[in-house]
Write a protein that binds this ligand. Structure first.
Ligand code: FES
Length: 109
């Protein structure tokens, strides 16, 4: 696994998010209560950009159909819906995050 420097801790206060592009991956980096989490930015349902969704506590809400994910685990908390029908959606892939000084690194396979 290779760790890539992606941001400074000072850029990302608690409750904030940042979108990182690494090669062909878009990654959502969040700070929840002082801990940093990195997940795929693309919603597994139909590719909504989670960065454009609302971050409420440890939940990120997909802007397309409202699926809710836990930023700490990538797990689906609540499936979104289209015309009152719940969508089928998988959990998000999570990436390891490492901090050295004020540098934030994401581990990529
Ligand atoms: S694209 Fe995210 S819930 Fe449909």
């Amino acid at each position: 696994m290779e760790y890539v420097k992606v941001a400074q801790t000072t850029e990302l206060p608690p409750g904030s998010k940042k979108k990182i592009s690494l090669g062909n991956k878009d990654i959502l980096l969040t700070n929840f209560e002082g801990t940093y989490y990195a997940l795929d930015n693309r919603c597994p349902h139909m590719g909504g950009s989670l960065f454009d969704g609302k971050l409420e506590g440890n939940h990120i809400i997909c802007p397309k159909h409202g699926s809710v994910f836990d930023v700490k685990t990538g797990r689906v908390v609540e499936r979104g819906s289209i015309l009152f029908i719940k969508v089928k959606v998988d959990d998000l892939h999570q990436y390891p995050v490492k901090i050295e000084g004020t540098d934030l690194y994401i581990g990529i396979e």
